[in-house]
Design a protein around this ligand. Structure first.
Ligand code: SF4
Ligand code: SF4
Length: 395
């Protein structure tokens, strides 16, 4: 029996998708070349042809609840072959941006990340906050020491007895930095847990409705096992490498991914050294931790720099939108300011190093605080969707 589907077009959604890079969605005349060309599309109900028609009809619910939109790597193979000059890869990317905005709450933060007019606020608020913390660190040392003494905690985390050493903690108290970022990180984790719970329920419902899975219910244990199975594939970028048009994007993408993993390990070790082993930095350049930090920092600068270069080189074929520039800018600034902080410190330029560290903190703030709302969230949604596809036997 033919399935009947009552279409309820959402005109606002069509406008949103067009504004986020999917302006070609109305060009599609359903020839299906793209679904044949896509190296990643499963045989059972392939994409992106059906997504193109759903987008042009404004079927928001159907699209943002589909795991398929996250399986696409925006390689552009389909776009290159489309006889109508539509860009299905860009349309799917725009739909993913709408999905991120829909799943992550509070929504005003998601809207702020996608609105260039809000950029001065996104930079200005953390800039004022960290400038204030620097003032208190430098001029309120005695007051803060007495307050912390009441709780039996040492205020200073700076290199006691080694006056020639430049330490960021002298200018931005480590306590202040961690008391800013730990609550932000906690909020980010909670936002992701709540968003992913809704996301998983929705993509499962959609997969059952469209006959894309043989599972009737969500088994979280089996889903977790599927996640473990797909992680090596994601780390090796296997799917990315199946694409032809933008193969050169895989290496910078991997460099950025691995540098974030390296920096996460370094930050975790630093936390343990500072708060458990009571060993404040700066640490020796010869320590393995510093090696990992420096290699990760350089990889982050080179990887994100190459991503920016790729976008600039291909600006005719692959349009880049504000949402892309925002996250590329944040990631590149994060790596660059981190490395410049370190270089200025080693060159004994204390105030130059503090200044770069100030910029570095603003970049970290923008990366962390807006993680569930920016394009960076695709890491989490895509990994979840890929794990779900594995769990649901989407072949
Ligand atoms: S190849 Fe182009 S015209 Fe054909 S279905 Fe895909 S998007 Fe539409
Ligand atoms: S951009 Fe690449 S992965 Fe995405 S639908 Fe097109 S061909 Fe498939």
């Amino acid at each position: 029996m033919t399935e009947k589907y009552l279409a309820q077009p959402d005109l606002g959604f069509i406008a949103q998708v067009r504004g986020l890079g999917g302006e070609t969605l109305k060009k599609c005349y359903q020839c299906a070349t793209c679904s044949v060309a896509c190296p990643i599309a499963p045989e059972n109900s392939p994409f992106p042809r059906k997504e193109m028609i759903a987008a042009s009809w404004g079927l928001k619910d159907r699209l943002i609840k589909s795991a398929d939109i996250w399986l696409c790597h925006q390689c552009g193979d389909c776009t290159d072959l489309c006889p109508r000059g539509a860009a299905p890869g860009d349309v799917l990317s725009a739909i993913r941006s709408v999905a991120i905005t829909e799943y992550a709450q509070p929504k005003f933060l998601a809207n702020a990340v996608n609105d260039p007019k809000k950029l001065p606020l996104l930079i200005g608020i953390p800039a004022i906050w960290f400038a204030l913390l620097a003032l208190i660190t430098v001029y309120g040392k005695e007051t803060m020491t007495s307050i912390f003494n009441v709780f039996g905690i040492s205020w200073s985390h700076a290199h006691e007895g080694a006056e020639h050493v430049i330490a960021q903690a002298d200018f931005f108290s480590t306590w202040f930095v961690d008391l800013t970022f730990v609550p932000i990180a906690t909020a980010v984790v909670i936002i992701f847990i709540l968003s992913l719970k809704r996301f998983l329920t929705d993509i499962h419902e959609n997969a059952v409705l469209e006959g894309k899975t043989d599972k009737t219910s969500l088994d979280y244990k089996a889903l977790f096992q599927a996640l473990v199975r797909v992680i090596p594939m994601v780390l090796k970028h296997d799917k990315f490498n199946e694409c032809e048009s933008n193969k050169d994007r895989a290496t910078p993408h991997m460099m950025v991914l691995y540098s974030f993993i390296g920096l996460f390990i370094v930050t975790s070790i630093g936390f343990v050294l500072l708060y458990i082993a009571q060993m404040p930095g700066p640490y020796s350049q010869l320590s393995p931790m510093k090696w990992l930090a420096n290699i990760s920092g350089v990889a982050l600068v080179i990887g994100s720099g190459l991503m920016i270069k790729n976008r600039l080189d291909k600006k005719e074929e692959q349009k880049t939108y504000y949402k892309d520039w925002f996250i590329l800018g944040v990631v590149f600034s994060l790596g660059l300011t981190g490395m410049l902080t370190e270089m200025a410190r080693l060159a004994h330029m204390a105030y130059v190093s503090y200044f770069f560290y100030f910029l570095h903190l603003i970049a970290i703030f923008n990366l962390f605080a807006f993680l569930p709302f920016s394009k960076m969230a695709h890491l989490v949604y895509r990994l979840t969707a890929v794990a779900y596809a594995e769990y649901g036997n989407r072949k």
